[in-house]
Design a binder for this molecule. Structure first.
Ligand SMILES: Cc1ncc(C[n+]2csc(CCOP(=O)(O)OP(=O)(O)O)c2C)c(N)n1
Ligand SMILES: [Mg+2]
Length: 315
């Protein structure tokens, strides 16, 4: 990693905008916010692959698009295969002279439903083949576009339209699965830490092979919070330990600030309740007689995750 990538500042971010005026996203939608940073890190010489999601539904009406780069909207199951095919085709064209110059960066922009559940097989296969593209999962912890159904990334206790009494099982941890697939680069990111996200995208661009970056993406209509609070929710998730920031290269894990300081006890975690009480999807817990026990259970799960990651970092 070069020092310029390490010491990135806000002023280093290019003016380039991947998301143009006219996005149909909800007010406060985390997807265009995240994509703007992705565009600044990758630049216009990029090709984006999407699966059905809010990011696709808000693209605009044909023949218009709010995205500045070529976009392919493919079916859920084929994101991994489609991005791999495009990347291989570019390699072949560069080799036989049909294309010259720098290879466009191929990346996917897929939701948690598309990543954790419906498209998982194809993404896992691309990771195993070490295909040369970046897979982004913008994780809004539900199938938001179709009315907020639960996904494998929905946290325990959260109300969705298919878990009206609160989800009973724990969420899956796909970034950790990717770490254990020992892919070229894996990272988690947050909208509240844009420089960390930008650096991670730049770093992924500089590495050959399969890269996976998951952005925590609080969804106002889905989680039931005010549209002006998206970044605040993202920040509280990190500060309370509900979302951990880390990166890994070929199985070697590094915890990032402030997660590392929180996990090591060098900085106190924000009260989890501050994060939960802003979200209507946890309102049933906040009003229940089991509130204290549920919050304690969530905190102990966070502690377990932090201890696990601290131990994993030493390997
Ligand atoms: C194979 C298939 N199953 C279901 C759907 C319906 N569908 C369209 S978007 C969507 C939700 C996707 O959720 P996610 O990937 O998390 O993206 P988000 O909507 O949250 O942005 C679903 C289930 C579909 N288009 N194709
Ligand atoms: Mg989603």
């Amino acid at each position: 990693m070069s020092d310029t990538i390490k010491n990135v500042k806000l002023a280093d971010m290019p003016a380039y905008e991947l998301v143009k005026a006219g996005t149909g996203g909800c007010a406060g939608c985390p997807s265009p916010m995240g994509l703007r940073i992705v565009g600044k890190a990758l630049g216009p010489n990029s090709i984006m692959v999407m699966t059905p999601s809010c990011a696709v539904a808000s693209i605009g009406v044909m023949p218009k698009s709010c995205y500045d780069v070529p976009v392919l909207n493919v079916c859920f199951a084929s994101a991994g295969a489609s991005a791999a095919g495009i990347s291989m085709s570019l390699d072949a064209q560069l080799k036989n002279g049909a294309l010259s110059g720098e290879k466009p960066t191929v990346f996917t922009w897929v939701g948690d439903g598309g990543t954790y559940d419906i498209g998982f097989q194809g993404i896992s296969a691309a990771a195993e083949r070490n295909d040369d593209f970046i897979h982004f999962c913008y994780n809004n912890e539900a199938y938001s576009n179709t009315g907020v159904q639960r996904s494998g990334a929905t946290p325990k206790y959260a109300v969705t339209t298919t878990t009206p009494a609160g989800k009973e099982s724990q969420k899956k941890n796909v970034p950790l699965l990717m770490l254990e697939q020992r892919i070229a680069y894996v990272a988690t990111a947050s909208l509240a830490y844009p420089l960390d996200f930008y650096r991670k995208v730049q770093k992924a661009k500089s590495i050959q092979g399969f890269k996976y970056i998951e952005l925590h993406a609080p969804c106002g209509p889905g989680w039931k919070f005010a549209s002006s609070d998206t970044v605040e929710l993202a920040r509280l998730a990190v500060k309370s330990g509900a979302w951990l920031l880390w990166e890994g290269e070929h199985g070697k894990l590094t915890l990032n600030a402030p997660t590392k300081q929180l996990a090591e006890g060098k900085m106190p975690c924000a009260e989890l309740e501050e994060y939960l009480k802003l979200q209507g999807r946890f309102a049933h817990i906040m009003k229940s007689t089991e509130k204290a026990a549920a919050i304690e259970a969530m905190k102990s799960e966070i502690r377990r995750e932090m201890d696990f990651m601290l131990g994993r970092e030493k390997l």
